[in-house]
Design a protein around this ligand. Structure first.
Ligand code: ZN
Length: 275
């Protein structure tokens, strides 16, 4: 089970940013609830826990403590920006830490999918020393989804359908980063154009007869910041364990992953997988 901890920023007496008739704490909660329902409805083996599911105050410490004690695999803090500007930006922790390559890689996918889904102006992939990013013991990022004090951004944030796009961007990005499998029956409410069936381009970083050799490769990949999963493939009566380092609808994304792997010294090939 993949454990995704989603943290809607602010809450209760902490309104967050306000503007154009909106309060940040309400918008972040609406987005977080949508992330949970899309991810759990459409993907296999994904569980989402929210730091809050109502309008209550939580300290930053309580948020990170909850994620750490649950043993989350991924932490996403959802915010709305303010202070003059427009568009989307995201943050990872700016320190030196062992998970940084992996953290940046996951953020890369999530960031780009949100920009993709919303059409927000891309303000860039940033780093900062935020409590929720520094004190979490798992891959963590924070998203700033438009400016509440910008009339144009705020007018979009008032529409439920737009919040749905923001949420879907978060989910699609994480799904792509971790190679989640879509549920084969039902669930898809459409909107993104991606479907649970069709052709996938899978990046394979090794095929082994011996399972422990495949697991060794997985550990090497993990050290370099790449998540993978094993797929048992029967070939002429023999079982091979393939190390899958990404599964993509677009061939170009699979090729991009191959390039990243190559830079880290891993050769790979693309396997066309039909579901
Ligand atoms: Zn905020």
């Amino acid at each position: 089970m993949f454990k995704w901890f989603v943290d809607p920023g602010h809450g209760g007496r902490d309104l967050g940013a306000v503007g154009n008739g909106l309060q940040e704490k309400n918008v972040t909660l609406a987005i977080a609830k949508k992330i949970k329902s899309i991810a759990e409805r459409e993907y296999e083996g994904v569980q989402v826990r929210l730091s809050r599911s109502s309008d209550v105050y939580l300290s930053l410490n309580e948020r990170t403590r909850m994620a750490n004690s649950w043993g989350a695999d991924l932490f996403t803090s959802v915010h709305i920006n303010a202070g003059g500007g427009t568009g989307f930006e995201s943050f990872i922790y700016n320190g030196n830490y062992s998970r940084k390559v992996q953290t940046d890689r996951v953020r890369f996918f999530v960031h780009d999918e949100i920009v993709n889904q919303t059409g927000f102006r891309d303000r860039g992939k940033k780093q900062a020393n935020f409590h929720v990013l520094r004190e979490t013991r798992m891959t963590a990022h924070l998203t700033e989804n438009g400016f509440i004090d910008n009339a144009s951004d705020a007018s979009k944030l008032k529409f439920d359908a737009f919040l749905e796009k923001i949420a879907r961007g978060h989910v699609l990005g994480a799904a792509r980063a971790y190679g989640w499998k879509r549920k084969s029956s039902g669930g898809s409410s459409g909107g993104s154009g991606s479907s649970s069936s069709g052709t996938f381009y899978r990046v394979i970083t090794g095929s082994f007869k011996n399972r422990s050799n495949a697991e060794k490769r997985q550990q090497e990949l993990k050290k370099a910041g790449f998540d993978s999963f094993l797929d048992a493939d029967k070939h002429k009566g023999e079982t091979f364990y393939r190390v899958v380092t990404g599964s993509f609808k677009d061939r170009s994304n699979a090729e991009k992953r191959q390039g990243d792997l190559k830079q880290n010294g891993f050769d790979s090939f693309i396997d066309i997988y039909k579901k």
